[in-house]
Write a protein that binds this ligand. Structure first.
Ligand code: NAG
Ligand code: NAG
Ligand code: NAG
Ligand code: NAG
Ligand code: NAG
Ligand code: NAG
Ligand code: NAG
Ligand code: NAG
Ligand code: NAG
Ligand code: NAG
Ligand code: NAG
Ligand code: NAG
Length: 601
């Protein structure tokens, strides 16, 4: 068998060009696949030589004859040529030891990579490569086979316009030059004359580059000569003008976030037929939501523009004003709407949420925080059975329907900072079996939200974050916390609790970040608990009637606020067990004795 393999290879070598010969010979000592060529191996080693820092040892496998098995390198298994080089830093935002990241650091010798003529995939993203003095990135223009080029936050160009020579890359489908997280952030692209050459382009990300001078040319080129473009990412590019891109029939993703477009949302944006994800976060848009109603007032169908095809729409962080009714009604009239994520937070929207909200059945994420919505959450919200996250915080709303309790997939419910009135009953929470985060931190005002939940009720959820403030939760301590053994953050503040904390609570097997019982009328001693605490944890029992000795907690408590209680006796001398304590407030208690020298600065 082996003999056959070898002779077959020799035949293949015979018909290959002379320059390929060393690749074939390299193969002879390896019967399983064609090894890499000496030329390409040496080029890779030369590249490795320039790298002075490799904190996680990613290039430690770069040794030995067969570069095709080196980490990050892939070869064509018939020719042995290196076709893929993937040096992406997979954990760009994590750090080890002394705060150092995992990025490769070093100089790219352009004469090394330029040898890899068969490369069709090059990913150097999230590293810190620099070009040696006098060299530049022009070599990339001769890697004609490239289909995928990702230099996202990978190379510091330090002011040199680096893309001069890539106009020849007519096979390139993905070009990611996002600069938003680059170590050196100082890039202006002053010419895009190379862009029309990239006729196969499907994905373009120039995020973070200053495109203020070239954006008109960019849009014009995209609109006329990049027919395959599916994704255009231009976040944070100092773009101040957006012409109608009505020709971009294949465009599925458009990200213009963090530019200063300073306009009123144009209707054409909502008529791009293929658009699925539209991100217009923080573009300084003002004026009303677009008016998409069709003339007949009937159902909107998929081919009536993209509103019914959109999956995510982010208009947050603008100055969009007026009512939401017509817009939601248009969405609700899509015969088959696709919208899963709608973010209109941080705008200036007013008025009521219409009942038609309940027809947008595909909705999973709804974020309307920080607007001026008022009135009731429409009871039709109970129909949105796919809802996973709802944020209505920082509005001016007043009433919560029972139907909310039907949302079995809801994991996050944040309705803080409103003016809720009425009563929360078991029905409001009845089927919230997926809920992990519940925030009802009411604006302090005369109006009040009352919890009326029976002592025997067992919730269907296991919360991680519970934040109830300035509501009438008491006077009894909520017994429905009995089965809540996954809590991490517990805030029951200014919640009219006038009770002792039951023993079972302190015995819950919790790993906590925060416990805040402040501003109640809770009495009794604080016993030793079973709680474990994460690093940098906080405890506040401020303004209650706790008594007995001053309680000590885990070493991991960093902030401990016990003021305005009835704690008595001496400050425990072993207070030093709380080794990470940074702030301690024990004022306004009935303590006596002396202050341990440890606490005196
Ligand atoms: C090359 O190898 C890959 C994965 O090992 C395999 O999927 C592919 O079919 C091979 N191609 C050829 C031409 O042998
Ligand atoms: C480029 O790499 C970055 C991070 O390594 C990644 O987030 C991004 O999706 C990649 N771009 C493309 C087009 O795959
Ligand atoms: C980039 O480098 C090439 C040769 O490597 C050189 O011909 C060209 O002038 C350089 N371009 C700039 C802008 O320095
Ligand atoms: C681009 O292609 C042309 C012809 O196809 C060639 O003459 C030129 O040298 C190429 N430029 C680069 C930078 O590779
Ligand atoms: C940006 O780069 C240019 C050219 O290298 C340099 O003159 C300028 O000082 C840099 N600006 C900043 C803010 O780093
Ligand atoms: C962006 O580029 C333009 C034109 O080159 C320049 O006027 C502007 O100051 C640049 N913006 C920043 C933030 O550097
Ligand atoms: C895009 O193309 C359409 C139709 O060819 C044209 O009307 C429009 O002005 C173009 N937009 C830009 C920005 O070039
Ligand atoms: C936005 O445009 C208006 C005119 O429509 C102008 O008065 C205002 O100064 C612009 N604001 C910014 C920040 O460019
Ligand atoms: C609705 O859209 C989904 C996915 O977008 C699709 O699978 C389904 O066939 C569509 N139904 C109708 C009636 O168009
Ligand atoms: C909030 O609602 C109250 C009545 O419930 C109203 O008086 C007040 O003007 C509203 N505030 C805003 C900013 O809409
Ligand atoms: C406590 O909550 C009530 C409403 O129940 C509110 O009126 C009061 O201002 C709140 N106090 C503080 C200190 O937040
Ligand atoms: C303190 O926090 C660290 C990190 O979360 C954890 O590993 C450790 O077990 C905690 N110590 C205690 C006593 O809870």
């Amino acid at each position: 068998m082996e003999l056959h393999t070898v002779s077959l290879v020799l035949i293949l070598c015979g018909i290959l060009a002379l320059t390929e010969l060393d690749g074939c010979l390299g193969h002879l000592d390896d019967h399983h696949h064609v090894g890499c060529t000496d030329v390409e191996r040496n080029a890779l080693l030369q590249f490795k030589n320039g790298i002075t820092d490799d904190p996680s040892g990613r290039l430690s496998s770069w040794a030995g004859q067969d570069c095709c098995i080196w980490r990050g390198v892939s070869c064509d298994n018939t020719t042995g040529h290196v076709i893929k080089l993937n040096l992406r830093n997979a954990s760009p935002f994590s750090y080890h030891g002394n705060g150092q990241g995992y990025e490769l650091y070093g100089e790219i010798d352009s004469s090394s990579l330029v040898v890899l003529k068969h490369l069709n995939y090059l990913d150097l993203s999230y590293n810190h490569f620099i070009m040696p003095p006098g060299q530049n990135l022009s070599f990339i223009g001769s890697l004609w086979n490239l289909r995928y080029l990702n230099l996202s936050s990978g190379i510091s160009f330090e002011g040199v316009d680096p893309f001069d020579n890539i106009r020849n890359l007519s096979r390139l489908r993905y070009l990611d030059l996002n600069y938003n997280h680059a170590s050196v952030r100082n890039g202006t692209i002053s010419s895009l004359h190379w862009l029309p050459g990239l006729t196969s382009l499907e994905y373009l990300d120039l995020g973070g580059w200053n495109l203020s001078e070239v954006s008109p040319y960019l849009f014009q080129t995209a609109n006329s000569t990049l027919p395959k473009l599916q994704e255009l990412h231009l976040s944070g590019c100092q773009i101040d003008n957006l012409p109608p891109l009505v020709n971009l029939a294949s465009l599925m993703v458009l990200d213009l976030s963090a530019n200063n477009l300073n306009f009123s949302l144009p209707n054409w944006l909502f008529n791009l037929k293929s658009l699925v994800h539209l991100n217009l976060h923080a573009i300084n848009s003002h004026g009303p939501l677009p008016d998409i109603r069709d003339s007949t007032g009937g159902q909107l169908s998929k081919n009536m523009g993209n509103l019914c095809n959109l999956q995510t729409l982010d208009l947050s962080g603008n100055h969009i004003s007026g009512e939401i009714t017509n817009f939601l009604e248009s969405l609700s009239r899509c015969s088959n709407s696709s919208i899963e994520s709608l973010d209109l937070s941080n705008n200036e929207l007013v008025g009521y949420l219409p009942n038609s909200l309940g027809f947008i059945k595909s909705l999973k994420f709804l974020n309307l925080n920080t607007n001026f919505f008022q009135g009731s959450i429409p009871s039709s919200i109970g129909n949105l059975i796919s809802l996973e996250e709802v944020d209505l915080s920082y509005n001016n709303m007043s009433s919560i329907p029972k139907t909310l309790g039907q949302l079995a997939k809801l994991t996050v419910l944040d309705i803080s900072q409103n003016f809720w009135e009425g009563v929360i009953t078991e029905a409001h929470l009845m089927n919230l079996s997926s809920l992990k985060q519940l925030r009802i931190n009411q604006y302090s005002s005369a109006v009040s939200l009352v919890f009326s939940i029976g002592p025997d009720w067992t919730p269907p959820f296991k919360l991680r974050d519970l934040d109830i403030q300035s509501c009438q939760l008491g006077p009894k301590f909520p017994t429905w916390l009995k089965n809540q053994n996954e809590l991490i953050n517990v805030i029951l503040s200014n919640a009219t609790i006038s009770d002792i904390v039951p023993k079972w609570f302190w015995q819950l097997d919790l790993l906590l970040d925060l416990l805040d019982f402040s501003l109640n009328n809770i009495r009794g001693e604080v016993p030793d608990s079973r709680f474990k605490w994460n690093a940098n944890s906080r405890v506040s029992l401020v303004s209650n009637n706790f008594d007995g000795p001053l309680p000590l907690f885990s070493p991991n408590i960093t902030w401990l606020y016990l003021s305005r209680n009835q704690f008595s006796g001496a400050i425990p001398s072993n207070i030093e067990v709380m080794t990470f304590l940074r702030e301690l407030d024990i004022s306004h208690n009935s303590l006596n004795g002396s202050i341990p020298s440890l606490l005196v600065i």
